[in-house]
Design a protein around this ligand. Structure first.
Ligand SMILES: *Cc1c(COP(=O)(O)O)cnc(C)c1O
Length: 389
């Protein structure tokens, strides 16, 4: 579905995505497979188009968080391997097998359930074992006194009938954080991961084809942790300090237009709550962009958005569907002028820092009523609106 109005939209630069993909590939070397993390609708960039671009350019694997996200890819023609990182109920094993989707297995109990279902169907489910080495989220617990139970559990899991354990992986908790303590923590996680793999391979006599752990932080800072496959998300989309260091480009730009301009006298309160009062005669532009589009209300009266005449301060509380900016010293910016919320001129990191969060949260927050424009070879190749029309 195409959007019919020019209100607020995102521009997804697939050329930047492919540039980032190739740059990361080059960095990790030819012998390392590339898994693109496309969970959460590719961090708000559009999982189908992002996956298609990665598939065309020779990526090896995709990762999503649920079977619904995996099915979206399959039903839209994506053929490459897809790994579900999160939980899938055992009732869905038939669909996992039918659509050739790889499932993370996070404990022995689930391995047994999945195996039982696969045996009933008479087919094999492809799995990757998840090891908890210090993220304290999903995975076989293998730390300290749990090492033996963990290794035994994994060994049992991969020997369950009708499961094919193609891979094994873990997730770093602080690989993207600075400081010696975080370095030591990450080094410990990596050592524990490789120790677990060795012990399982010895005990089971089986080898894992794909061992993987490197997220964005690790690809940027721990290049010797790439193992058989890297698993970057944020880096692929070109945000954060590491992306900048590696010469990657931001994939998303979020834009809007000025819908109304008015001049208010000194002493006028702007928006809900009246937290901003004009200090002189003030020219205010209304933007059709509010927290229901993915703006953060916490940024009210704190941030600046980019106009063709430079940065304009945002004034007053951000509303559900609108917000106001100060155009007093920007006479050329008028109704219909384009405003960059974030993008090349106004880096997303400025806004996420101001909001006390990370760029991931801002791109994921862009809501379904914000249509996407996809750009490839410098040209618009598609528009997409997620409203059910
Ligand atoms: C989200 C996720 C990633 C990607 O993380 P980034 O920080 O975006 O690189 C990798 N692995 C797992 C298990 C994840 O959940």
């Amino acid at each position: 579905m195409e959007s019919t109005l020019k209100r607020t939209w995102s521009e997804i630069d697939l050329d930047a995505l492919i540039h980032n993909y190739r740059t990361i590939r080059k960095r990790v070397g030819d012998n390392v497979k590339f898994l693109g993390v496309v969970k959460a609708d590719a961090y708000g960039h559009g999982a189908i188009e992002v996956s298609k671009a990665l598939e065309e350019n020779g990526a090896d694997y995709l990762a999503v968080s649920s079977i619904d996200e995996a099915m979206e890819l399959r039903l839209n023609g994506i053929k490459m391997p897809v790994l579900i990182l999160g939980h899938t109920p055992k009732e869905q094993v038939g669909r996992l097998i039918e659509y050739d989707i790889t499932q993370a297995v996070t404990c022995l109990n689930k391995a047994e359930e999945y195996s039982e279902e696969a045996v009933k169907i008479g087919k094999t489910l492809k799995i990757h074992i998840k090891v908890d080495t210090g993220m304290s989220r999903l995975g076989f617990l293998c730390e300290g006194e749990y090492f033996d139970t963990g290794v035994n559990g994994i060994t049992k899991a991969i020997n369950e009938p009708n499961l094919f354990a193609e891979g094994i992986f873990t997730h770093f908790a602080v690989s993207d954080e600075p400081g010696d303590e975080c370095r030591a923590y990450t080094e410990h996680q990596f050592k524990l991961f490789t120790d677990v793999i060795k012990a399982v391979e010895v005990r089971s006599g089986k080898k894992f084809l794909i061992k993987h752990c490197a997220n964005t932080g690790a690809v940027a800072k721990y290049l010797d942790y790439c193992l058989d496959m890297v698993r970057p998300g944020l880096l692929l989309y070109g945000y954060g300090e590491f992306a900048k260091e590696l010469g990657l480009k931001p994939v998303m730009a979020l834009k809007t237009v000025v819908s109304t301009v008015k001049i208010y006298p000194k002493g006028t309160k702007i928006s809900y709550g009246g937290i901003y009062t004009t200090e002189k005669s003030t020219r205010i532009g209304v933007l059709p962009y509010g927290y229901a589009d993915g703006f953060f209300r916490a940024l009210s009266n704190k941030c600046e958005l980019y106009t063709e005449e430079g940065f304009a301060p945002q004034r007053g509380k951000i509303c559900m569907d609108m917000c106001m900016i100060d155009l007093t010293d920007k006479p050329g910016i008028d109704v219909g002028s384009e405003i960059e919320i974030f993008g090349k001129h106004n880096p997303i990191e400025t806004l996420s820092d101001l909001a006390g969060t990370i760029p991931y949260e801002l791109t994921c927050a862009v809501s379904k009523r914000v249509p996407r424009t996809y750009i490839k070879d410098g040209k618009v190749i598609g528009r997409e609106l997620l409203l059910r029309m």
